[in-house]
Design a protein around this ligand. Structure first.
Ligand code: ZN
Ligand code: ZN
Ligand code: FE
Length: 725
């Protein structure tokens, strides 16, 4: 920006920028230099010039602002009830962008020439819509219509289409609704029958659905909402916020939305179309809609109209469509707010991507390809890391295509030419294969659990070693075993395995992930050398138990694992909470929720041995859990004691490592730390012992955060290599 005037006025202007910046502006730093005064008389925004050595930030999509919302419901406004109202403070950004620079011709709004009135606003520096690229009105902009599945002749258009959609929803229908970063499948969240039908059609048996509620008051009606959680719900990024369900409310959310789960993922309307669907002035008002991503189980979310007709038509009764194209897919983000008000991201996507995460200094450019499940990729340039939106499970062919596209797109968007590619050591991950066989870049392999910890180091801008507690379900270990209960002394470049959960056999490999009862058997087989208890064998079935035994003895398809996620699964199955799962970590989640109402309890006996790496033997814990169960102790108490045991075992490891190394900083990462009881209790114990505790606030503790860790590690390794030569 060039500013002219008397020196004191110019200085005052510069000082006012951070204070009076527009709500969405982010200021990294302000640099000043003097230029000759030109005697300019007006303020102009010049058109963007393409300069390949530079890059600009690209704004994520932003929820409808208060002013636009007011205009939306103001009968005197020319955009009254117009579902695409937006301004410079809100509206679509990343998802409508085709190319840089971010100017209207490079967005999917290029198809809609502005009318004279919109044009005037767009060029008026005093107007809220000055240079708002998606600016539009009912005369010149996109519009909505409603179709019955299987028939692309619209049943209704514009205002009527939304009214019709609402009516169908009230009657229990399932609709596909085009959103910002993709389609949602929607139905009345209080209608158990409709939700159950949606589950059958989507082939998603129990994994919780997200629910959009009309406003904050309705969120408070269905769930407990703390102040921090209210702020998160109202945040312009509008993430799905995981909240505790309120018991005994009127017109409750159907149990089918999140079976066996005491939390609900709620979010508020974030587009004008959503606002109109939830219009409180309408007689058929709906306070809560299931709004789950428009896809079949693990496929990527649908974004195109034709694609939606084809893929979602069979799942939905009708489609609410519009003609503003979505260019980039972006799923809803998910967060949790901890009691101290800090967020834990669970999925960092719409509203956050493609905002960069800032390193504490400039680093070489690298590409990181992430893990396999919950994949994200990450590119770095200067002091910025650009983690992508949520990509998904790469084993799905369409998700893999999306993964490849995202890498190319991010490279182009942020003009990044990485010199190296960072990948997970798992040889069968498709991301790893892409890195080694297709990327054409020299590779740097990063061990999975190390990457989890390094993601934390990146968030905090640390380069020195910390004690990293990396607990998750599965990750490829340096010895070829399945790691997952790892205690590492780690800096961004190197790590040493200080300790781990003692290996136990994973009967049938991945099969044991789906059937925690197999894990329970394997644990019991170790814990009771004189024979697995009869009661457990009866539950498994004599024949299958004998088969499991043979598999273990002969070592057939029984890879050793130190997975903490599996230990939680196994205990859950052992005490009969959850013996088979239909989604990842279900058994562990149900175990956590069961322990909800019990206070901190005494731990079961546990011990770390004196080996190096030190090992935590699960046997004494398993025996104690079983004895408690036989004594008739309530399962909630057992679940509570088990959580306490693991928290204390973690704390003890940290204390021992501190004695040995003097390290006083502990990082908690890995998917197991999505367990809030474990996270909070461990955090409290460690703080009481005087540790500095690091946890995730910017990327998820699960595998969605892996790419950032890989990127930070690789960038520092490259820097070191370059310094050596
Ligand atoms: Zn606005
Ligand atoms: Zn217009
Ligand atoms: Fe992991």
């Amino acid at each position: 920006m060039e500013v002219e005037g008397p020196a004191d006025r110019v200085q005052a202007f510069v000082e006012a920028i951070p204070r009076e910046r527009p709500p969405l502006a982010a200021i990294d730093r302000i640099e000043q230099r003097e230029v000759p005064a030109l005697g300019e008389r007006a303020f102009r925004i010049r058109s963007s010039r393409g300069d390949p050595s530079r890059f600009t930030r690209i704004s994520p999509d932003v929820a409808t602002c208060e002013e636009c919302r007011r205009e939306l419901f103001d009968p005197r406004d020319r955009r009254y009830r117009y579902p695409f109202i937006n301004c410079t403070n809100c509206g679509p950004r990343f998802t409508i962008l085709r190319d840089i620079p971010y100017d209207r011709p490079n967005t999917t709004m290029a198809a809609f020439p502005m009318c004279s009135e919109c044009e005037r606003e767009y060029h008026d520096p005093l107007d809220r819509r000055f240079h708002a690229q998606p600016n539009a009105c009912p005369r010149c902009g996109p519009h909505v219509w409603f179709e019955k599945s299987g028939d692309s002749v619209p049943l209704a258009e514009r205002e009527e289409a939304i009214a019709l959609a609402r009516r169908w929803l009230v009657e229990g229908c399932i609709l596909a609704i085009k959103g910002l970063g993709g389609f949602h499948l929607a139905c009345d969240a209080r209608n158990g029958e409709a939700v159950a039908r949606l589950r059958r059609r989507k082939r998603r048996s129990e994994k919780p659905f997200a629910v959009m509620v009309a406003d904050l008051n309705w969120a408070r009606h269905f769930c407990h909402v703390s102040e921090g959680e209210a702020r998160a719900l109202l945040d312009y990024r509008r993430p799905i916020v995981l909240l505790d369900r309120r018991q005994g409310v009127s017109e409750p959310i159907a149990e089918e939305v999140a079976p066996g789960n005491r939390t609900l993922g709620l979010f508020l309307p974030y587009t004008p179309l959503h606002e109109l669907l939830f219009d409180p002035s309408q007689p058929d008002f709906l306070p809560a809609l299931v709004m789950t991503s428009g896809n079949l189980s693990e496929e990527p979310i649908a974004i195109g109209n034709e694609e939606a007709r084809r893929r979602l038509g069979p799942l939905a009764d009708g489609l609410l469509l519009h003609n503003r194209e979505i260019c980039t897919r972006c799923d809803d983000s998910v967060i949790r707010v901890e009691p101290d008000g800090a967020p834990t991201p669970i999925r960092r996507s719409r509203g956050y991507a493609p905002d960069p995460i800032r390193f504490h200094r400039r680093l070489p450019s690298v590409l990181a390809v992430g893990a396999e499940l919950k994949n994200t990729i990450c590119l770095t340039r200067e002091e910025y890391a650009f983690p992508s939106q949520h990509i998904g499970d790469l084993k799905n062919a369409e998700a893999y295509g999306f993964f490849r596209h995202t890498i190319d797109y991010f490279r182009r968007l942020f003009r990044i030419d990485p010199g190296w590619v960072a990948y997970d050591l798992h040889p069968d991950y498709l991301s790893t294969r892409y890195a080694l066989e297709e990327s054409g870049l020299p590779g740097i392999g990063i061990q999975h659990h190390h990457a989890h910890i390094v993601a934390l180091l990146a968030e905090y801008g640390l380069e020195e070693p910390i004690f990293g507690v990396s607990l998750d379900g599965t990750g490829y270990g340096l010895d070829g075993a399945i790691w997952g209960g790892e205690f590492l002394i780690a800096d961004p470049v190197e790590f040493r395995r200080w300790g781990h959960l003692r290996y136990f056999p994973l009967i049938g490999g991945d099969q044991a992930v789906l059937e925690p009862l197999r894990v329970a058997y394997a644990l019991a087989e170790r814990a009771f050398p004189d024979g697995v208890p009869e009661a457990l064998i009866r539950r498994i079935g004599e024949e299958r138990a004998a088969l499991f035994k043979r598999m273990i003895v002969r070592g057939v398809n029984c890879p050793p694992t130190s997975s903490m996620g599996r230990l939680f699964d196994g205990i859950s199955a052992l005490i009969g909470v959850c013996e088979r799962v239909s989604y990842e970590a279900q058994a562990a989640i149900e175990l956590e929720h069961l322990a909800e109402d019990v206070d901190a309890l005494e731990a079961y006996p546990f011990s770390w041995d004196q080996e190096s790496p030190a090992q935590l033997d699960p046997c004494s814990i398993v025996r104690a859990v079983w004895e408690d169960l036989q004594r008739g102790t309530p399962r909630a108490r057992i679940a509570g004691r088990f959580h306490e045991t693991i928290a204390q075992a973690i704390c003890q490891a940290c204390l021992r490592a501190r004695e040995e190394t003097g390290i006083r900083t502990v990082g908690l990462s890995g998917g197991v730390f999505q367990n809030r009881r474990l996270l909070r209790r461990t955090h409290a114990l460690l703080e009481a012992e005087g540790f500095r505790v690091l946890r995730h606030h910017k990327v998820p503790p699960n595998d969605g955060g892996i790419a950032l860790g890989q990127a930070y590690s690789a960038a520092l390794q490259v820097e070191r290599k370059t310094a050596e030569t």
